[in-house]
Design a protein around this ligand. Structure first.
Ligand SMILES: [Fe+2]
Ligand SMILES: [Fe+2]
Length: 270
């Protein structure tokens, strides 16, 4: 258990990368085509690639809020945004090796496809969060924790369902980094929520009322729903999500009994 935000940052900084040069050199890219990839997963991987690359947008948005002025979070985000971008690049390489060639300008094209509504709302967003000052950072950190936990569990489901050895090798390494990200957000959230009843009430209200799955907004809802329905399909998929995401969320101060995250997934996946 960490006692200060600085302790959480020191822990993060001591974590080695999973995507080292040695790891990347060990990937046998020629082997990708030797194993079939069920086409149902192609769009899932494209979605995940794009959402990983949109981390940069999220990062820029947060920098304009009180959360981004917190030196610990700032320091974390500098490394975190680089790691997420490398996840995007890795997934893009996999798509190409698997026989789904992507455009040279895929990043620019994915950004250009973000609906205007999202861009518009996100210009307002720092204005709103600035009104709540540093109290909003608790909600940001809980939101980030849910996103990271969802991403991590999404990758775990993907490698099990897709049953492709190279994809599994890549995703296991990516998932190790997602697990570190989850733990960072979750731990900072815990410290912030513990300290203030107002932060707890605000964070619970925001997550309870406004939470939406990672990527939704930058991506059309139909695409988010497709990814969730593919990865967390049926009772066992929803239970897996609930155990690994919602139940961990409920361990945070002020989040006992909050069910809406799993309920949202269940509505799509059942
Ligand atoms: Fe990532
Ligand atoms: Fe992450």
């Amino acid at each position: 258990m960490f006692e200060t935000e600085q302790d959480v940052l020191s822990w993060y900084e001591a974590q080695p990368r999973a995507l080292t040069k040695e790891f990347l050199d060990s990937v046998n890219w020629k082997e990708v085509r030797e194993h079939p990839l069920n086409p149902a997963f192609k769009d899932v991987i494209v979605y995940m690639r794009d959402v990983e690359s949109f981390t940069e947008i999220y990062y820029e948005e947060l920098m304009r809020t009180p959360t981004g002025k917190n030196p610990v979070i700032r320091k974390f985000m500098e490394r975190w945004s680089v790691e997420e971008n490398e996840h995007a690049e890795l997934l893009n390489r996999f798509l190409n090796e698997a026989g789904y060639p992507t455009s040279e300008r895929w990043q620019a094209e994915a950004r250009a496809a973000i609906p205007f509504r999202y861009t518009f709302e996100n210009r307002l967003y720092p204005v709103i969060t600035n009104c709540f000052g540093k109290y909003f950072s608790g909600a940001h950190m809980v939101w980030g924790a849910i996103n990271e936990m969802t991403t991590l569990q999404g990758y775990r489901r993907l490698w099990r369902l897709a049953d492709h050895p190279v994809l599994e090798q890549l995703l296991r390494a990516v998932a190790r980094e997602e697990s570190v990200h989850s733990h960072f957000y979750w731990s900072i959230a815990r410290l912030k929520l513990e300290r203030s009843g107002y932060t707890r009430a605000l964070a619970r209200f925001i997550i309870g009322k406004f939470w939406s799955p990672v990527g939704q907004g930058t991506k059309p809802q139909a695409e988010t729903d497709y990814v969730i329905a593919t990865l967390f399909k049926g009772r066992d998929g929803v239970d897996f999500f609930d155990q690994n995401v919602n139940q961990r969320l409920q361990l945070l101060p002020g989040f006992v009994g909050l069910e809406n995250v799993s309920q949202r997934i269940a509505r799509i996946a059942l």
